[in-house]
Design a binder for this molecule. Structure first.
Ligand code: PLP
Length: 467
């Protein structure tokens, strides 16, 4: 008995063309949809059949159900009125790259399982180095290089595991201490947890008035820890924090890391993309002294999730931490040591052909197109910042360095929560909050592909209505 596919190649052609039309129509109309999904917990599941179908269903029924059952449960990250969290850009070339990757169905765990998957990825990491003016120490021709991880969280975890490996045999696991600012992303805590560190082995260093790590406090914490027979082994510095795009002083932190022999990992998850614009390369400050670095084209660089750049200056400790070689994976190319096997650069074995979408995005935009894209948001954020600063009922809370504006209503926390909920329930825009100096602060993260000045003007008008 052989497999009789319910969707023939010709059916696939037709359905595929229709699906591209569906996505293009969606993008054209996404602005008119309420940004935040209005469903209640459990609504989507209760609309689905309890059991899987016994016999095949027509494709048209499935697509009808996407419209009727799934779309009500979608929060529209691609809406020009989406200002929550950080953006999650999707663009036509990246979606086509994703589709091609799925169609090729490649599993790129080893160079030999699809040489193009590995080599295009290595090449894209080097291209990104040129596009963003990143340090040469991360180029693939040196002792380090780069790879595409699924997320910055994974990049940070790999950095922690590499740092731990570098001191293994020298210090005991229980003695190790990791450091980050109190404003570092929670990915740091999660990475440490997975790496087997307890809460007592993690220090959250206080920040200065601009919410950037206090490098003097970092040094003091390390001195205290050493006096206590503990071993500083890892520091995460953030270039562009989640709450307010604050920039930790990477250069000063690098001095401290050098003095204490600690690994320096820089998290530029959101802000790193800004470096495509030469005048915004302050976001790279100090990177030439980092052991590893991550930023996400899947946030602000037109490449749909997932696509996180991870660079490392010396891949030795990482390979030693993550490489295992069972007999069934042995092959001539790996044995010769002349190729990269990216399975040794990540936690899972299997990996997708993510470089394709990045290649498509970079080639269809060119450096100029990417730069214009980032600049347009920075420009709009400046205007939004000025409008908030001029409003009698609101204030800007932290400097607007890129395209995130943090602000609050002068009335206090309850007013800010009321305004956030009213905006999000109106369907006309969506934004999220954070806490700075123990106060509720609203965040407008400007960076969706379709956001234009008129959407910013509408957000200002909405805030004025609610003030
Ligand atoms: N680091 C920073 C500074 C972030 O802002 C974020 C997410 O917003 C992350 C890390 C986590 O990114 P990812 O979802 O790629 O793990």
């Amino acid at each position: 008995m052989s497999y009789d596919p319910p969707m023939s190649n010709d059916d696939f052609r037709r359905a595929g063309h229709d699906m591209i039309d569906w996505i293009a129509d969606y993008w054209e109309s996404v602005e008119d949809r309420p940004v935040l999904s209005e469903v209640k917990p459990g609504d989507i599941r209760s609309s689905l059949p309890a059991r899987p179908p016994e016999s095949a269903e027509p494709w048209s029924d499935i697509i009808d159900d996407v419209d009727e059952l799934i779309m009500p449960g979608i929060t529209h990250w691609q809406s020009p009125n989406f200002f929550g969290y950080f953006p999650a850009n999707a663009s036509p070339p990246s979606v086509l790259g994703e589709l091609l990757s799925a169609g090729l169905g490649v599993q790129g765990m080893l160079w030999s399982t699809s040489p193009a998957c590995t080599e295009l990825e290595t090449h894209m990491l080097d291209w990104m180095l040129d596009l963003c003016g990143l340090p040469e120490r991360f180029r693939s021709t040196g002792p380090g290089g780069g790879t595409i991880q699924d997320s910055s969280s994974s990049s940070t975890l790999v950095a922690i595991l590499s740092a731990r490996e570098r001191v293994a045999g020298q210090w005991r696991m229980g003695e190790l201490v990791a450091y980050a600012s109190e404003h570092a992303h929670s990915a740091m805590l999660k990475g440490c947890k997975i790496a087997g560190l307890t809460h007592q082995q993690i220090r959250l260093i206080p920040s200065d008035a601009d919410h950037a790590m206090d490098a003097v406090a970092l040094r003091e914490a390390m001195v205290d820890d050493i006096a206590d027979d503990r071993r500083p082994f890892f520091v995460l510095a953030t270039s562009g924090t989640t709450s307010s795009t604050a920039f930790d002083p990477v250069d000063e932190i690098a001095d401290v890391c050098k003095d204490f022999g600690a690994w320096l990992h820089v998290d530029g998850a959101f802000a790193g993309a800004a470096a495509v614009a030469p005048e915004l390369r302050f976001v790279n400050a100090g990177l030439e002294r980092a052991d590893s670095y991550t930023f996400n084209p899947h946030k602000w660089l037109l490449t749909n999730f997932d696509c996180s750049m991870f660079y490392i200056a010396d891949k030795g400790p990482m390979i030693s931490a993550l490489s295992v070689m069972p007999d069934y994976l042995r092959n001539a190319a790996t044995d010769k040591g002349s190729v990269i096997d990216y399975r040794d650069w990540q936690v899972p074995l299997g990996r997708r052909f993510r470089a394709l979408k990045l290649w498509f995005v970079i080639r269809t935009h060119g450096a100029e197109g990417l730069t214009d894209f980032v600049r347009s948001h920075v420009e709009m954020a400046k205007g939004f910042d000025a409008a908030i600063a001029a409003h009698p009922s609101y204030e800007v809370v932290a400097p607007t360095r890129l395209s995130l504006v943090t602000f609050r209503h002068l009335g206090g926390d309850a007013d800010n929560e009321r305004i956030r909920d009213a905006i999000n329930n109106s369907g006309r825009a969506y934004l999220t909050h954070t806490k700075l100096n123990d106060q509720v602060v609203l965040r407008a993260a400007i960076g969706a592909v379709r956001t234009e000045q008129r959407h910013i003007d509408a957000l200002v008008a909405l805030l004025d209505e609610l003030s």
